[in-house]
Design a protein around this ligand. Structure first.
Ligand code: GAL
Length: 830
C-alpha cells in the first residue's frame, strides 16, 4: 500500500470513529507520484505501466533541475513594452530552464467505503500549465491557467468498491508563453476532498465585517449549500478566537427564499483587529445539518479589519492612514523554482518585513494558497493580481489564447478563493496590458472590475498601467476604482489633474538595477548600462530606460497627498528577465531585487529599510573596502541610514559630515542637471563622492537631530581568507520532510573580517536528519546547478538550503573550500 493510500485510510478511520457523524475528509496528495517528460497519450490509462517513471513528491517543479541552456525558449521578437522596435533573439528571458513541452504525473488513491452518496473533488492549487486531468482513464477536466487554483468534481469517475483509483495529469508548456520563468509541473499542492452529497462547496463561505467598532464588530457569514434533496437544512456557525474558544454563534434554518445560501450576522465583542504585523485571526466553524444530522463541517479563517480609500488623502487600514511600502514579487522561490514551500515563503516575508515592507503585489498572477495564508499569519498586506495579458498578446502563446473564454472563470476562482483572507486588501486585474492602447480597452477593464465588485464588493480594484497618454484618452484610467501607474512618477500630477478619483497608486515603481556586492566606477547615474561581467552597480545608480532610482519615487509619495504609496519592482530577484542583458547569455535571472536570488540583501535593501522601517535603526556603509589596485583612486562612499546625518572617517581621518537634505523639492528635481548631481538622492542617502581608497577602516558615526553621536559602524579591508563561516536563518526546523533551514555561507579572514570579493567554490556534505536541498549565490549569470552540493561564492557569499527529513534528529552541514578552514553547523530537527 502506498503511503498516500495508507494516510487516507488512517484519516478516514479517524473520522469514521469520531463521535461526530462522518463529514468531510481532505487529503493532500504529496507522495507516491510518478513523473515522466515523455508525452505518451496512453499514460492516461488505468493499466499503463509507469514503473520506469521517476518517483517524485509534489510540489514538484520539473524544470528547476536544469540544465540551463541558451536554447531553452529563445524569444525572437521585439519587447515593445521595453521600447524595442526591432525583433532580436532574447536568451534567458524565461530563465534558460527546460520548462517547455509536456510532462505527465500519475498517482493512485483509494476511498474506502465510497458510495454514490459521497461527493469527491480534486483541487489543484496551481498546475503549470494546460492541465488535463484523468481519473481511471477518463478525462475529468481541463484548466489552462497555470497559476490559478481550480477543482473538478470527479465523483462519477471514482471506483465504487473501495478499489484503487488511478489519477493521471498531463501538463504542457509552450515556447513564448511567458515573460519570465513560470515553473513547470505540479508545483503546487493537489488535494482530494470527500464530502456528503449535501455539503458546503469549496470556497462556499464568504465572511465580511461590515461594521467594526471598538467594542463590537458585526461579522456577516454567507454560506452556500449544495443539497442532495428536500431535507431540512440547518446551519450552526461558531466564531472561534485564536485560542479556538467560541465567542459567538448563530443557528438558522434554510428557507426557500434563501436560494441555497445562508446569511448570518454574528457579533464579536472587543474585536482584535487584523493589521500590519498584527495578525489577529478568527475562525468561522460552519456545521451543516440535514434533517438534524450533521453532514458537513467547514472552517474559514478570517480577520476583522476595515479598508477605506479617501480622495486626496489616501488608503486607510483600521482607520489609520497607510502608504503602501510595497514590493512586487514573482512566484518563484529562487533555487527551489516555482515549487511551493512554506519555509521559503516565510523567509521571504520575514526579510521583506525587516526591510519595512507592508504590502506585496503578487505580480503578475494568482499566488499559492500557502502564500496568502502565511501573509494572514504574519500581518503582511497583499495586492492579489490576476493577469499580465488580456486578449491582446504580449507573447505569442500567453494568456491571450485563453482570455475570452477563461477570464471570468479564472477571476471568479481567485476572488472566491481569497476573499476571506484579511491580508488581501486590493485586487489588481492586469499589468501593462496591450488593451491600454485600444480604443475599447476601458470596456475590458470595466468588465473585469465589475466581476471583482460582484464577487467581492469589500475591496478596491486597480490595474497597473504604464501608458499614461493612452489610458488618459481611452478612459481606462478613469474607469478604475484605483488608478495604478507603473513607472513615470513625473506624470502623476498630470494623471491626478485629469482623472476623477483623486488618488494615485504607484502600482509598479523603480526597476533599479544592481548586483549584490558589485560596484562600478565612476559612480554615475546610468540607464540600461551593460558591463562585461553581466552585472549592475550596487551603488544603486542604474535603472532601465523606463524607470528610475528609489528616491525618485520616495519624493512623490512623501510630497503628494493624493499618492497612496508604491510597489517597487522588485523586492527579490527572480528567474528570467535579465534586463538589460536581453541577449547576453548566460544572464538568465533578474537584477531588479533589493534582495538577490539567494535571499541575501543587496545594499539597496538598506536604502529602503532606512526610509521604510521606522521601528529599527539602519546604518549601512557601501561599498566594501577591498579595492586592491584602486589605491588613491576616487572611490565614493554611501551611507544608508535612518539617522539624519553622519560623519565618515577613513583610517581615522574625517571625510566630513553629511546631512540628509530634506529641503530638496519635488519641483525642479527632474532636470538633467539635477538628475546627474543626484539632487533627490541627497534627501535620502548620505554620499561622499570624492573619497579615495586606501586599505584600512571606513567608519561612520551617525548623529541624531540634536547633533548627538548615537551610533557607529565600520567596514575593514579583509586580509587573506581563513575560514568558512555559516549562519542559519533557523537552527530548529520541523521533522515534516518539507521544512528548510537557509544557511548563509561566507569566508572571513583570521580576524573575522568578511572577504567580499571571494568567489572560490564551496562544497557541502550533509549528514543526519535531513538532506541537502539546494544552493544559490545570487549571481544572475551563473550557470551552476541549484541542486549539486557545491557552488562558487558570489561577492563572498551564498545560501545553502538543507531540508528536514521526517524523523527528529540533528542535521550536520559541512562546508569546505580550498585553502581555508571548513565550516560546520548543526540544525535541530524536531
Ligand atoms: C514592467 C513589467 C514587469 C517587468 C518590469 C521590468 O514593465 O510590468 O513585469 O517586466 O517592467 O522593469
Amino acid at each position: 500500500m502506498r503511503i498516500a493510500q495508507l494516510l487516507m485510510v488512517l484519516f478516514y478511520l479517524a473520522v469514521t470513529f469520531s463521535a461526530e457523524a462522518q463529514t468531510r475528509v481532505q487529503l493532500t496528495l504529496k507522495k507516491g507520484w510518478k513523473f515522466s517528460r515523455e508525452d505518451n497519450a496512453s499514460a492516461s490509462g488505468i493499466n499503463f505501466n509507469d514503473a520506469s517513471w521517476q518517483s517524485v513528491e509534489v510540489p514538484h517543479d520539473w524544470a528547476i533541475y536544469g540544465p540551463f541552456d541558451r536554447s531553452n525558449d529563445i524569444h525572437r521578437m521585439a519587447i515593445v513594452q521595453d521600447g524595442q522596435t526591432k525583433a532580436t533573439e532574447h536568451y534567458g528571458r524565461t530563465g534558460g530552464l527546460p520548462f517547455t513541452g509536456a510532462g505527465w504525473y500519475r498517482n493512485r488513491f483509494s476511498i474506502p467505503d465510497f458510495t454514490g452518496d459521497k461527493r469527491v473533488k480534486i483541487q489543484f492549487d496551481g498546475a503549470m500549465s494546460n492541465a488535463r486531468v484523468y481519473v481511471n482513464g477518463k478525462e475529468a477536466g481541463y484548466w489552462p491557467n497555470g497559476y490559478n487554483t481550480f477543482y473538478l468534481d470527479i465523483t462519477g469517475l471514482i471506483n465504487n468498491d473501495g478499489k484503487e483509483n488511478v489519477l493521471a495529469v498531463r501538463l504542457e508548456n509552450f515556447e513564448e508563453q511567458s515573460r519570465w520563468y513560470p515553473g513547470a509541473g505540479l508545483y503546487r499542492n493537489v488535494h482530494l476532498i470527500v464530502t456528503d452529497k449535501t455539503h458546503i462547496p469549496i470556497w462556499g463561505t464568504y465572511v465580511t465585517t461590515p461594521v467594526v467598532e471598538k467594542d463590537v464588530a458585526r461579522v456577516n457569514v454567507r454560506t452556500r449549500v449544495h443539497a442532495s434533496g428536500e431535507g431540512n437544512l440547518k446551519l450552526v456557525t461558531e466564531i472561534r478566537d485564536k485560542s479556538f474558544n467560541t465567542i459567538a454563534s448563530a443557528e438558522n434554518t434554510l428557507s426557500k427564499a434563501d436560494m441555497g445560501e445562508f446569511s448570518q450576522n454574528l457579533a464579536v465583542e472587543n474585536p482584535q483587529l487584523w493589521g500590519i504585523k498584527q495578525p489577529n485571526l478568527y475562525t468561522a466553524v460552519s456545521r451543516l445539518y440535514e434533517n438534524n444530522q450533521l453532514v458537513d463541517e467547514y472552517t474559514t479563517p478570517f480577520g476583522i479589519r476595515t479598508l477605506e480609500i479617501k480622495p486626496n488623502d489616501g488608503f486607510y487600514l483600521n482607520g489609520e492612514k497607510i502608504k503602501f511600502q510595497g514590493v512586487c514579487l514573482h512566484h518563484d522561490l529562487g533555487p527551489l523554482g516555482a515549487a511551493v514551500n512554506e519555509a521559503a515563503i516565510r523567509r521571504q516575508i520575514r526579510t521583506m518585513q525587516d526591510m519595512g515592507v507592508n504590502a506585496i503585489r503578487t505580480s503578475h498572477n494568482m499566488p499559492a494558497p500557502e502564500y496568502v495564508r502565511i501573509a494572514d499569519e504574519m500581518g503582511m498586506m497583499l495586492m492579489v493580481e490576476t493577469f499580465d495579458e488580456w486578449a491582446i498578446p504580449k507573447v505569442k502563446n500567453g494568456y491571450n489564447r485563453y482570455f475570452n473564454e477563461w477570464a471570468e472563470k479564472d477571476l471568479t476562482n481567485v476572488l472566491h478563493h481569497y476573499r476571506n483572507n484579511p491580508s488581501v486588501v486590493m485586487w489588481c486585474i492586469g499589468n501593462e496590458v496591450e488593451e491600454q492602447s485600444d480604443k475599447h480597452g476601458s470596456r475590458v477593464a470595466r468588465f473585469l472590475q465589475d466581476i471583482c465588485h460582484r464577487e467581492d464588493p469589500t475591496r478596491p480594484v486597480t490595474n497597473g498601467m504604464d501608458r499614461p497618454d493612452h489610458v488618459l484618452s481611452n478612459n481606462m484610467g478613469a474607469v478604475m476604482e484605483v488608478p495604478g501607474f507603473n513607472y513615470r512618477p513625473f506624470r502623476y500630477q498630470e494623471a491626478y489633474d485629469r482623472l476623477p478619483q483623486q488618488v494615485i497608486l504607484g502600482s509598479e515603481t523603480a526597476s533599479t538595477l544592481s548586483s549584490r556586492g558589485v560596484y562600478k566606477f565612476p559612480v554615475e547615474r546610468k540607464s540600461m548600462a551593460q558591463y562585461d561581467d553581466h552585472q549592475a552597480s550596487s551603488y544603486d545608480v542604474e535603472h532601465c530606460g523606463w524607470s528610475n532610482l528609489p528616491e525618485d519615487d520616495f519624493i512623490q509619495h512623501e510630497d503628494l497627498p493624493y499618492t497612496i504609496g508604491e510597489f517597487i519592482w522588485t523586492g527579490i530577484d527572480y528567474l528570467g528577465e535579465p534586463t538589460p542583458y536581453y541577449s547576453a547569455w548566460p544572464s538568465h535571472s533578474s537584477l531588479f531585487g533589493a534582495v538577490d536570488l539567494a535571499g541575501i540583501p543587496k545594499d539597496r535593501f538598506y536604502l529602503y529599510r532606512s526610509h521604510w522601517n521606522k521601528e529599527e535603526e539602519t546604518l549601512h556603509i557601501l561599498p566594501h573596502w577591498n579595492w586592491e589596485g584602486r589605491e588613491g583612486e576616487v572611490t565614493p562612499v554611501f551611507v544608508y541610514t535612518s539617522y539624519p546625518s553622519a560623519e565618515l572617517f577613513i583610517n581615522g581621518k574625517s571625510q566630513g559630515k553629511r546631512t540628509k537634505e530634506l529641503s530638496v523639492p519635488l519641483e525642479g528635481s527632474y532636470t538633467t542637471e539635477a538628475q546627474k548631481s543626484f539632487e533627490r538622492q541627497k534627501r535620502y542617502r548620505l554620499m561622499w563622492m570624492d573619497t579615495r581608497y586606501e586599505p584600512g577602516t571606513v567608519k561612520v558615526v551617525a548623529y541624531d537631530n540634536n547633533g548627538k553621536a548615537v551610533a557607529e559602524k565600520e567596514v575593514r579591508t579583509a586580509g587573506k581568507p581563513y575560514r568558512v563561516v555559516m549562519q542559519a536563518d533557523r537552527n530548529v526546523i520541523n521533522a515534516d520532510g518539507e521544512d528548510i533551514s537557509f544557511v548563509n555561507v561566507k569566508l572571513v579572514d583570521k580576524a573575522g573580517n568578511f572577504c567580499p570579493v571571494e568567489d572560490r567554490e564551496i562544497s557541502f556534505t550533509v549528514k543526519g536528519a535531513g538532506v541537502f536541498k539546494a544552493v544559490a549565490n545570487g549571481n544572475a549569470a551563473s550557470l551552476e546547478s541549484f541542486q549539486l552540493p557545491r557552488m562558487k561564492l558570489f561577492s563572498g557569499q551564498l545560501t545553502a538550503l538543507v531540508q528536514a527529513g521526517e524523523e527528529p534528529g540533528t542535521i550536520v552541514l559541512e562546508a569546505k573550500a580550498k585553502g581555508v578552514q571548513s565550516g560546520r553547523i548543526e540544525i535541530l530537527v524536531k
